[in-house]
Design a protein around this ligand. Structure first.
Ligand SMILES: [Zn+2]
Length: 175
């Protein structure tokens, strides 16, 4: 496990450990394919993913999601994928290098976070950012789900640290 990076927090003046972003390198839809299917149907890079079936193509982009932490100066960052409509995906792709492109899309969340059960897809709004940072995911607040509840109400620092620890342990187990 890498040594945590420490810094003096500008908010409270105390020393904090920098939290890594909890990032998924692919949407689950891609992860669940066999190696052969990935080869034949899938395309994946750092920001875009497509899965091409005989009758349609599923399209995904990589975004970020900020999980509010109630008793800490810093929030937690997730790197997550959403699926977009053909039209939204094309618009995002066409404007990928355009620093002044500010818009929003509808997207379905495409990663099952390990701390929740997902029986339904979570509807989200995807907000592109000026200056080419990855777009921000905002789950629809009228959708009943513990993940949506936590997004709007926050989690505590102990819970955030537990999630980070679990993720780091899982990642190093896969190496
Ligand atoms: Zn602080």
């Amino acid at each position: 496990m890498p040594e945590p990076i420490k810094y003096i927090c500008s908010c409270c003046g105390k020393e904090h450990e920098e939290w890594p972003a909890l990032a998924f390198i692919a949407p689950d839809n891609y992860d669940h394919l066999s190696d052969e299917e990935k080869e034949q149907l899938g395309e994946l890079d750092t920001d875009f993913c497509t899965i091409t079936y005989p009758d349609h193509t599923d399209k995904f982009i990589r975004c970020t999601l900020t999980q509010k932490v109630t008793d800490h100066c810093e929030d937690m960052e997730y790197g997550l994928w959403v699926s977009l409509s053909d039209k939204s995906y094309q618009d995002y792709k066409d404007n990928f290098d355009n620093e002044n492109h500010k818009t929003k899309y509808f997207g379905w969340l495409c990663n099952d976070l390990p701390d929740y059960e997902f029986n339904d897809n979570i509807p989200t709004t995807v907000l592109t950012k000026l200056g080419n940072d990855r777009p921000e995911i905002v789950p629809h607040n009228d959708f009943e789900h513990p993940f949506v509840h936590d997004y709007y109400n926050g989690i505590n620092k102990a819970e955030a640290e537990r999630r980070i620890r679990d993720m780091l342990e899982k990642t190093s187990a896969n190496d």
